[in-house]
Write a protein that binds this ligand. Structure first.
Ligand code: GLC
Ligand code: CA
Length: 506
């Protein structure tokens, strides 16, 4: 493996809506991020992934884009974005934009034009179909519940959406659409971003022609995620995208890739693969079933360890995974993975230590460095996320009562990680002077940045020492060595209150 600029970096994901509000409207924004670049620099961050800030009606919190070339006014302006890029550059922080190209918003100009003429030029940018013999083209269930087919009001046309009905899927089979996407990616790369986090990318290739699959629930539908995997033809799209955008720009890309066969990893990461890296979700998906959140279980510590070992082995000599404990779609890792008895500062640090010691690129999700926990939502109304609302209904349907349903959803809800960042113990945790768009986790009085920065033994200081270590020559020697020789056994011992880390080849 050739040494790359990003091998020794630590990355950080910002969920802009909930990071810091600079103007009191209750919504985090680009100026908020700019004002905290020094915080990120101090923490030792070298790569920043910013969740979507493009123009969006926010049916799925920005993952429904209405204009790829514009910044949504609630987040700021393109001038703010340019300033963010310039200020990040001064601090040697590379910025990744979120690339959401499996679908766009139904409010995007392309879709608006397509609606007027589903058989015309822009209709070909999407998937439109009519019922045949009274039947929809296929029985797939959208990720957010219900059929993937939505009727165009007042017509007999239907369009495909794997996610929310306000997120129509783009038709990657159409070369014109693909060229539009590449043009847009190159526009952003020319602007000076370092690359992309690539959203939901395994979905871009649909198994065609559309057909039914065996139903996996009583609604007669089948989970769309289960039928994807490495589709025939997906590779051609990914290869073309790489050749025409990221490769000529020497850009960084990290794919949100689910359901990949381990034997295919070398095509996805490594020298001249489609992506620079992909997220390793092995432990995140452990314990999940097709039935829904009510049926999911967190992996035990042993299962967690097994996931880590498998991932380290399968990526050996191939490339680097991007390692996460949580992201904007997952519950807080410390609430999910740690057994209750270990949900304390020591346990949180141990979990952090585990992942920093893995080969790969660590991504910290905002607030993880403080040990932020899941939020105790008082009711389903306090939750905004579309998938949580669907899963809540699902719980009721299978017979749970409201209290039980709320308990399930409170554990898995994506809003657990989307509550405002806890900067200090003042009103709204210092996130906004206005009314926050989503409730602040009541724990902000105890868990916040101000109380941890500079406090010896705090989780923040621990994370900071880990990023420093990651960037040190000692670690880099081990790291390189690790890349060459394979698995290492890492032993952690506490001697006289000092954590001793020793390495041994396996
Ligand atoms: C990805 C995003 C998630 C979003 C979905 C649809 O999984 O991480 O937040 O809802 O794609 O864009
Ligand atoms: Ca704001």
């Amino acid at each position: 493996m050739k040494k790359k600029w990003w091998h020794d970096k630590v990355a950080y994901q910002i969920y802009p809506k909930s990071f810091l509000d600079s103007n009191g409207d209750g919504i985090g924004d680009l100026r908020g991020i700019i004002s905290k670049l020094d915080y990120l620099k101090d923490l030792g961050i070298g790569i920043l992934w910013i969740s979507p800030v493009y123009v969006s009606p926010c049916a799925d919190q920005g993952y429904d884009i209405a204009d790829y070339y514009g910044i949504d006014p609630k987040f700021g302006t393109m001038e703010d974005m340019d300033r963010l890029l310039a200020e990040a550059k001064k601090r040697d922080i590379a910025v990744l934009m979120d690339l959401v190209v499996n679908h766009c918003s139904d409010e995007h100009e392309w879709f608006q034009k397509a609606l007027k003429d589903p058989e015309g030029e822009y209709g070909q940018y999407f998937y439109f179909a009519k019922k045949k013999d009274g039947k929809l083209p296929c029985n797939w269930r959208s990720y957010f519940g219900g059929s993937v087919w939505e009727n165009v009001e007042g017509t007999d046309w239907y369009y495909l959406h794997m996610f929310h009905k306000k997120q129509p899927d783009l038709n990657w089979e159409n070369p014109k659409l693909r060229e539009e996407i590449y043009k847009m990616m190159n526009w952003w790369l020319d602007k000076g971003i370092a690359g992309f986090r690539v959203d939901a990318i395994m979905n871009i290739k649909k198994p065609l022609p559309f057909q039914d699959y065996p139903a996996d629930r009583e609604d007669g539908l089948c989970n769309v995620g289960g039928i994807l995997g490495s589709q025939e033809g997906l590779r051609d799209f990914l290869n073309e995208m790489h050749e025409k955008t990221t490769k000529p720009h020497h850009a960084f890309s990290v794919g949100e890739v689910f359901g990949l066969d381990d034997s295919d990893i070398s095509r996805f990461i490594g020298d001249d693969a489609y992506f620079t890296s992909i997220f390793d979700f092995r432990q995140n998906v452990a314990g999940q079933t097709m039935l829904g959140w009510y049926d999911w279980k967190a992996p035990t510590p042993d299962e967690y360890k097994e996931c880590c070992f498998t991932s380290q082995k399968v990526s050996e000599g191939v490339g680097f995974f991007s390692n996460i404990i949580e992201n904007h779609d997952e519950p807080r890792g410390v609430s999910h993975y740690l057994p209750e008895y270990a949900q304390n500062e020591k346990g949180k640090k141990l979990l952090g230590m585990m992942y920093f010691m893995l080969k790969g690129l660590p991504f910290i999700y905002q607030g993880q460095e403080l040990g932020m926990e899941n939020c105790a939502f008082p009711s389903i109304e306090a939750i905004d996320d579309v998938s949580s609302r669907d899963e809540y209904q699902r719980c009721l349907k299978v017979g749970l009562n409201e209290e039980e349903a709320l308990k399930v959803v409170s554990h898995y809800s994506r809003d657990n990680v989307r509550t405002p960042f806890q900067w200090n113990d003042e009103k709204n945790g210092g996130f906004t002077t206005g009314t926050p768009w989503l409730m602040v986790n009541p724990q902000y009085k105890e868990i916040n940045a101000a109380s941890q920065i500079g406090r010896e033994g705090s989780i923040y200081e621990f994370y900071k020492s880990m990023t420093t270590y990651h960037d040190s020559s000692v670690w880099q020697d081990v790291y390189r060595h690790k890349a060459d020789v394979g698995m290492l056994y890492i032993k952690l011992t506490v001697i006289d209150d000092v954590l001793v880390v020793s390495f041994k080849e396996l």
